[in-house]
Each structure stands twice: as structure tokens, then as C-alpha cells.
Design a binder for this molecule. Structure first.
Ligand SMILES: CC(=O)SCCNC(=O)CCNC(=O)[C@H](O)C(C)(C)COP(=O)(O)OP(=O)(O)OC[C@H]1O[C@@H](n2cnc3c(N)ncnc32)[C@H](O)[C@@H]1OP(=O)(O)O
Ligand SMILES: O=CC(=O)O
Ligand SMILES: [Mg+2]
Length: 707
């Protein structure tokens, strides 16, 4: 029996067909024949356009490569370079000023700045946790991480460490909800009588309400909950019996079908889509076992309390959920077109994730109270590709009978051609853009790949100090504000990629709201709770006004500065350090991707700091090595030696995992081959992406496992 069923000229993998017909289409009221006919039309009409845009990427890259090759050894002529980029259509002419017109945007996006969590959608346990990460315990986040600079003594509750968390919490309250007199540190009791809070607040409007054992406070649009329970160890220790301070934490979360997952075929895509559907129709649950306890994790309910005027109030208990589709590059065997070709995965994602989200629109108290669906579209190169995404969603809305612009678009500013033409990219989706975000990780990979022929690039760690990146971050905010995103859409900043370094994050990530970002990415709910404290300290909307008043802070010329290493003489030790660090990151990530289908991992770097690795960080490491190889900074033999040595190291790091298949000493498994291909064939990969190699080797591994 064939794996595929015919549906109006599409060959649809049975698993996906079954999912769509028995689950996703059910209850939508859509006619199945009309759906498949319309889906097939979209594939056959937009598929060729998709392929043409990818060919244009290749043509432009070839022209850029040739330009650098022709000038090898000569000083870089920035003016000539810019003229050339305009001539080949890499830079497009900038049109008149305009304001975006996106309507029906939820308050979590338009009005209330706060953390944005990202989560691999294929992991239901994590995805449910992310959906519920609207609220998090500040005390748990402080107590259970390195945030306070110390860790608790082992064995039960450590009152000394707890006291430090309580003191931190009181200092936080002093700053976020100032008292009319004195400090929260000296408060001995908290109570509500006739709608008034004792102790009195400097601004009484910050008292939002109360419930049985809870007090609700508000600052910069974000809620704070004081839990009163003198019976718990913390409540006993606290002079006012406050057992916890809970914060509104992740205001939104991106359910990721892209760089944090490994989805290579129909089976994987169905898992991703069914988890998304389960979040949208609220049926997703997962058994979670910790020690000898098993609980069923499900979506949290809302919060109910009494407002100061005595009325009953409700506040959301879940984040606003967005879904990240894949970009325009990949195809997937889950559906074949009339010619037997794999369909563009981005188009398939657009149809299926929007269809699943229709289940949310059917309820009054849905994910979106405004009747919108939020799709994040990554890795687009320039305005034409954004216009294509807009066209895809217009077609999908028509197919599903949704009003045009129901789907709101998050534009990841993570490819160089998008940064350089950002104003025109936003214009191309001006009726549906709901965010722009600096995905600096992919963006760094594209920076290296685009200018591969220009020379050896600076070391990975030095990229953050390069001229292009500060121009990129500033321009993204400046252009976003000039296009009217304030109050309508998010201007977001990128991921904190050191999930265990919470003290560093507390110190450094305040830079994101200070830079005028409505949201910035965090890797975990705990990080969301801690990062939320930054939005209490910074009034982002006021910062945006200040920034807008300054006018443009950087130039296109600065953005286009190529980070080629100038006059550097790296020592042998520095080169070895750089190569081994990149090799370790690639191998540590790829072995779990290819062998276990895990798309996002915490991998220790060469200094044993656990780093969040996903396809974007892997793109940087592999492009960095490919670049140094190409320019002779290292030889192939040296890189291969490093790959082998690091494979053994990664094996040792995974020694406790009984399902782990070591790469050494054979070095002949799919994972090791994939890692080598990413490096040694890295220069030839489209835009330096890791997906083609990862998918090919994961498919081969799956076939081996099935065989
Ligand atoms: C460049 C880009 O595109 S960035 C975007 C892609 N990156 C991401 O999506 C990062 C998402 N984060 C993650 O996948 C994980 O946090 C990792 C891989 C970094 C670390 O994972 P682990 O080592 O398993 O985390 P750790 O052991 O510290 O914590 C696990 C706990 O935290 C929770 N958790 C961790 N990350 C998340 C998350 N992103 N969302 C929800 N819950 C999470 C888990 O549910 C688990 O709790 P549970 O046992 O109650 O279920
Ligand atoms: O997607 C995010 C990035 O940094 O890349
Ligand atoms: Mg990215």
C-alpha cells in the first residue's frame, strides 16, 4: 500500500491526510473537497514563485561572490560596493514614509511590553509549560538558579538562601510598586479593607485587586501577585507571611515549528501540527513524571479576583501564543505536488497552522481576544520575499474563509538583505505585520555567508562588537518606530542563549527594553520570570518615544560594514580554541538532531558553559569554520582532527545517556557525517543554512532505524 493518498492532484502522506481530515478540518465547517482543491491550487500556483525567489537568492549570492573575488587583495571600496549592491537589486530603492495599518492586535503585542518565550512545538511537555508561562514564581526563579550569585545548601529548604530571595523580592517591590511611606522590607502585614490596600501605595492605582490569599499589583501594564500563606517555609520566614511573589512573566510565546525542531517528514510534521492544534483547541495534555509523582499537564485557567471597586475581574492565565512557520527554503515529503515534487514546506505550514488556529477563533475567550492568528515568518530575504509571504497568507485566508489579514505576520529581521531593506520589507506586509525581531543568530550566519569571499571573518565571540551588529540592532528599532509600530506591533530582540546563566541575564538583558524593545526572547519560563523584572524597571513605550525623537542612529553604510578580520595575527592557540569551540558546538547539537530528532539542546561549550544550540547557532559555527577553511586560516586536516577530538569529548558528555550512540572511534555514523558536511560543504549551502544537510542525514538515520 502506498504511503500517499491522492487529494485533488496532491499526493498527501496518509498520516498527514488522516490528521487533517479527522482532526484539523473537523469542526471548522469547511468542505473537504473544496479545501483540498484550494490547497492544490495554492501549491501549484505559488510553488513556482517560491522556487523563482530561491533562484534569485542564488543569483545574487553568486554576483556578490564574484564581486569580492574580482577585488581580492585590494582595499574594500565601500562606496563602489554599495553602488554594486543597488545595481544587482540587493538594495532596493526606499519609498516614501508610511505607517503600518495592522488592526485587531492583542494587547500582549500592541500595548504591554514583556518577555517572549520560544519553545520547540514538538515537545508537548515544554510547549504546555510555555503556554502556562504567563505566570511564574519569582522566588523559585531566584532560589533555584544562580540569579542571586550563590546556590542553596543541599538538602531541603535553605533559609539563608531563602532570606536572600526574600530581600531581593522586597527590593524589587520597592522599585516596581513604591509605598506611600517606607520600604517593603519593613512591611509586617498585608491586607485589604474596603477596597484599600495596607500598606498604602505611593500610587494607589497600582493596586489591581485581591482574592482569598492573593494581592494583585500592577506596574507598566504587568501584574504582580503576592501570595499570602504563613504556613509554608517561606511564609513562616517572611515577616508579612508572603510566601511567594509571582510575576506575569512571558506575555507571549512562540510555538516553534522552525529552528528548534527536527521535522523532516510527515510523521514529524504531524506531531508538530497536532501539538499546535491541541494548544488551539485546548485538548493538549501530557503526563509529566517527576520522582514518584505523575501529573497531567494541561493549559492553565484564567485568574479571577476582586477589583478595588468590588467588581469581579479576570486576567489571562496563559501567554498569547504565536506559531513560527518555516521559511521559504525547504520542501517536505509530507505532500507531493502533481509532478511528484515535494511541496514548499513554508506553504504547507501556512495552510496547516492557520487551519489549526481556526479552532481558537471559534471561542470567545480564545488565545486571541481580537480574533487574530499570529504567524512568525523566519529567514526572508528582502521585500519581495515578504510580499510573497503576504500573498501566501492572503491565499490561505481565502481558502479557509477567513477575513483578509486575520493572520498577523512576525517578520524576523535575520537575513542581511532584509536588514538592509527593512523599511520596504515592513511596507510589503503593512496590513498584517505584528512584529519585527532582530534574530541576531541567523543574522550572524548570513553575515558570514554573504561575504564568504571577502576574507576571513573575525572570531565568533568578536562578532558582538562588530560595526554591523550595532547598526543592525539600532536600525531595526529606528525603522520600526518610523513605520508606526509603536502601539500596534512589537519591536523584538533576540535570544538569551545561556539558559543556566541567570545572574548574567539579570544584569545584561535589561539592555533590550532599554533599547526600545517591546519584547525579547528567553529560552525558558524561569528566564521569562527574571527578565520580566526588567520591564518593571524600564518603561519601554517612554523609551520608544525618546528613541524616536533622536532620529536615525546609524547608517546603511555601517550596516554594510563587512566583519572581515583586519590585520589580525591569531596565535596557534587562539585558532585551535576557535576551531574546537565551533566543532564542539556543532557536534554536540547535531548528534542529538540526527540521532534523536531533538532540534534544540543545551550543549556545553569549550569552557563548559551550557549554550542553547539550535539551527541558527549551528549555522554560525559551521559558516565560521567554512570561512576560515576557505581562506586558509586552518587546513582541512586540522579541522578534521578537531572534529574527531571534539566528537570524543561530546561522547563523554553524553556518557550517562543509555540511548546515546557514540561517534568515536568509528566516526562513521550519520551524525558525525552530518557535522562534517555542515563544515566541509558549508560554503556551498544555500545562504549557509543547516537545514538541507541536517534533513538529509536525519532522513538517512530514520531509514536506518526503520530498516
Ligand atoms: C535562534 C533561535 O531561533 S532561538 C529559538 C529557538 N530556541 C528555543 O526555542 C529555546 C527553547 N528552550 C529549550 O529548548 C530548552 O530550554 C533548552 C534546550 C535550551 C534547555 O533544555 P533542558 O536542558 O531540558 O532544560 P532544563 O533541564 O534546564 O529545564 C527543563 C524544564 O524547564 C522547562 N523548559 C525549558 N525550556 C522551556 C521552554 N522553552 N518552554 C517551556 N518550558 C521550558 C521544561 O518544561 C522542564 O520543566 P518540566 O520538567 O517541569 O517539564
Ligand atoms: O531566530 C532567531 C535568530 O536569532 O536567528
Ligand atoms: Mg533565526
Amino acid at each position: 500500500m502506498s504511503d500517499y493518498i491522492d487529494r485533488k492532484g496532491l499526493s498527501v502522506h496518509r498520516e498527514l491526510g488522516r490528521f487533517l481530515e479527522t482532526r484539523a478540518l473537523a469542526k471548522t465547517g469547511l468542505n473537504y473537497d473544496d479545501f483540498w482543491r484550494g490547497f492544490a491550487d495554492i501549491i501549484h500556483e505559488l510553488g513556482p514563485k517560491n522556487r523563482a525567489l530561491l533562484e534569485k537568492r542564488e543569483t545574487i549570492q553568486q554576483q556578490v561572490d564574484d564581486w569580492h573575488k574580482a577585488r581580492a587583495g585590494k582595499p574594500h571600496d565601500a562606496e563602489a560596493y554599495r553602488t554594486f549592491l543597488s545595481e544587482i537589486g540587493y538594495l532596493v530603492p526606499e519609498g516614501p514614509d508610511f505607517q503600518i495599518e495592522t488592526a485587531n492586535v492583542d494587547p500582549e503585542i500592541a500595548e504591554i511590553p514583556g518577555p517572549q518565550l520560544v519553545v520547540p512545538i514538538m515537545n508537548a511537555r515544554f510547549a504546555l509549560n510555555a503556554a502556562n508561562a504567563r505566570w511564574g514564581s519569582l522566588y523559585d526563579a531566584l532560589y533555584g538558579t544562580d540569579a542571586l550569585g550563590t546556590t542553596p545548601k543541599p538538602g531541603g529548604y535553605d533559609p539563608e538562601h531563602g532570606a536572600r530571595a526574600i530581600a531581593w523580592g522586597r527590593a524589587f517591590l520597592d522599585q516596581a510598586v513604591q509605598l506611600a511611606a517606607g520600604s517593603w522590607a519593613d512591611v509586617n502585614a498585608v491586607s485589604v479593607k474596603e477596597g484599600a490596600l495596607t500598606p498604602a501605595l505611593a500610587d494607589p492605582a497600582q493596586f489591581a485587586g485581591h482574592a482569598e490569599d492573593r494581592i494583585y499589583l500592577k506596574n507598566n501594564g504587568l501584574m504582580i501577585e503576592l501570595r499570602l500563606d504563613a504556613e509554608t517555609p517561606v511564609g513562616q520566614q517572611d515577616r508579612a507571611g508572603i510566601s511567594d511573589i509571582r510575576l506575569e512573566s512571558a506575555m507571549s510565546a512562540i510555538m516553534d515549528c522552525e529552528d528548534s525542531v527536527a521535522a523532516v517528514d510527515a510523521e514529524d510534521k504531524v506531531l508538530a501540527y497536532s501539538n499546535w492544534l491541541g494548544l488551539m483547541d485546548r485538548t493538549l495534555t501530557e503526563e509529566v513524571t517527576k520522582g514518584d509523582k505523575t501529573i497531567t499537564r494541561k493549559l492553565s485557567g484564567d485568574i479571577h479576583y476582586t477589583a478595588p471597586d468590588g467588581t469581579q475581574a479576570t486576567h489571562k492565565g496563559r501567554v498569547l501564543m504565536l506559531v513560527r512557520n518555516v521559511g521559504h527554503l525547504m520542501t517536505n515529503p509530507a505532500i507531493l505536488d502533481k509532478d511528484g515534487q515535494e511541496v514548499p514546506e513554508g506553504i504547507m505550514d501556512a495552510v496547516v497552522t492557520t487551519l489549526c488556529a481556526m479552532h481558537d477563533l471559534m471561542r470567545d475567550d480564545g488565545n486571541s481576544v481580537k480574533g487574530s492568528i499570529y504567524v512568525v515568518k523566519p529567514k526572508m530575504h528582502g521585500p519581495e520575499e515578504v510580499a510573497f509571504a503576504d500573498e501566501i497568507f492572503t491565499r490561505v485566508e481565502a481558502l479557509l474563509g477567513l477575513p483578509q489579514y486575520t493572520v498577523k505576520l512576525g517578520i524576523m529581521d535575520e537575513e542581511r538583505r532584509t536588514s538592509a531593506n527593512l523599511k520596504e520589507c515592513i511596507r510589503a506586509a503593512k496590513h498584517r505585520v505584528a512584529f519585527i525581531n532582530t534574530g541576531f543568530l541567523d543574522r550572524t550566519g548570513d553575515e558570514i555567508h554573504t561575504s564568504m569571499e571577502a576574507g576571513p571573518m573575525v572570531r565568533k565571540g568578536d562578532m558582538k562588537d562588530a560595526a554591523w551588529i550595532s547598526a543592525y540592532e539600532d536600525r531595526n528599532v529606528d525603522v520600526g518606530l518610523a513605520c508606526g509600530l509603536r502601539g500596534r506591533a512589537q519591536i523584538g530582540k533576540g535570544m538569551w542563549a545561556m539558559p543556566d546563566r541567570m545572574a548574567d541575564m539579570l544584569e545584561q538583558k535589561i539592555a533590550h527594553p532599554e533599547a526600545g524593545a517591546n519584547c525579547a526572547w528567553v529560552p525558558s519560563p524561569t528566564a521569562a520570570t527574571l527578565h520580566a523584572t526588567h520591564y518593571h524597571r524600564v518603561d519601554v513605550l517612554a523609551r520608544q518615544d525618546e528613541i524616536a525623537a533622536q532620529g536615525a542612529r546609524s547608517t546603511l553604510g555601517e550596516l554594510l560594514t563587512i566583519p572581515v578580520a583586519q590585520g589580525v595575527n591569531w596565535s596557534d592557540a587562539e585558532i585551535r580554541d576557535e576551531v574546537e569551540n565551533n566543532a564542539q558546538g556543532i557536534l554536540g547539537y547535531v548528534v542529538r538532531w540526527v540521532d534523536a530528532g531533538i532540534g534544540c539542546s543545551k550543549v556545553p561549550d569549550i569552557h563548559d558553559v551550557g549554550l542553547m544550540e539550535d539551527r541558527a547557532t549551528c549555522r554560525i559555527s559551521s559558516q565560521a569554520l567554512a570561512n576560515w577553511l576557505h581562506h586558509g586560516v586552518v587546513s582541512e586536516a586540522e579541522v578534521m582532527d578537531a572534529m574527531r577530538a571534539m566528537a570524543a569529548k561530546v561522547d563523554a558528555q553524553n556518557a550517562d545517556d543509555p540511548s546515546y550512540d557514540p561517534m568515536a572511534p568509528g566516526y562513521d555514523g550519520e551524525a558525525f557525517k552530518a557535522a562534517c558536511d555542515l563544515v566541509f560543504k558549508g560554503r556551498a549551502q544555500p545562504s549557509g543554512y543547516t537545514e538541507p544537510m541536517l534533513h538529509a542525514h536525519r532522513l538517512a538515520k530514520k531509514a536506518q532505524m526503520a530498516g
